[in-house]
Design a protein around this ligand. Structure first.
Ligand code: FMN
Length: 199
């Protein structure tokens, strides 16, 4: 099977997100213009560089997170884990402005040290980020799309002490969850090693 812009009838749902998988979930904290906290998950999310550490998330529509990250110039990332899956999902509810999804999901707000925006205190790891760029995406014809990619630089990293083992962040212990296609998720439950080739 192959297809271009038009998908065959045998694929009623676009498998794109089931193919580009597992996608890490950026659990994004922002502050609205009045200083109220906002929280939502984004699986169009990834690390895009290190030293300085940089991340991006992409909003399908001008949603609160992208709008506030642009207006305030900052956002936080919190690691979504199996233990926090329900709260993560609750925070994705399409709430109007004025609703604090930390409260909605029963999550304590972690206190940032460099920026103003809180993160998920219960998460094993979180980043404070300064917004570097918000790019409105366009397609191959140059048509502007209702898609906004937010790029941020990590300015402060929070790791809960019990997730550091022998000087390393214990990813498997944290049990990060990742988004696949449809309603599917994956959980990191094991790690294996492979060294890079040397010249
Ligand atoms: C696991 C998960 C991943 C999501 N990823 C995205 C995403 O990458 N982009 C997007 O626009 N919406 C995504 N959503 C939907 C948003 O979380 C949802 O629209 C939310 O209400 C946006 O909140 P905000 O307006 O406060 O930013 C995702 C939802 C879930 C549950």
């Amino acid at each position: 099977m192959q297809y271009g812009d038009t998908r065959p009838d045998s694929l009623p749902h676009n498998p794109f997100k089931a193919i580009v998988t597992p996608r890490p979930i950026g659990w994004i904290g922002t502050l609205d213009p009045g200083g109220l906290a906002n929280l939502a998950p984004y699986s169009f999310f990834n690390a895009i560089g290190s030293d300085p550490d940089m991340v991006m998330f992409s909003s399908e529509g001008a949603k609160h997170s992208a709008t506030y990250a642009r207006e305030r110039g900052e956002f936080t990332f919190s690691l979504a884990t199996a233990a926090l899956a329900e709260q993560m999902n609750t925070s994705s509810a399409p709430e109007p402005s004025g609703v604090n999804e930390f409260e909605l999901a029963g999550l304590e707000q972690g206190t940032p040290s460099v920026i103003q925006t809180p993160f998920v205190a219960a998460s094993p790891a979180a980043f404070e980020c300064v917004t570097l760029d918000v790019r409105q995406l366009s397609d191959r014809h140059g048509t502007l799309l209702d898609r906004f990619m937010v790029i941020g630089e990590v300015v402060q990293t929070h790791i809960r002490d019990d997730y550091i083992t022998d000087g390393r962040f214990d990813t498997v212990r944290a049990r990060p969850i990742a988004r696949m296609g449809y309603a599917d998720y994956a959980t990191v439950t094991e790690a294996w090693q492979m060294g890079r080739p040397k010249r």
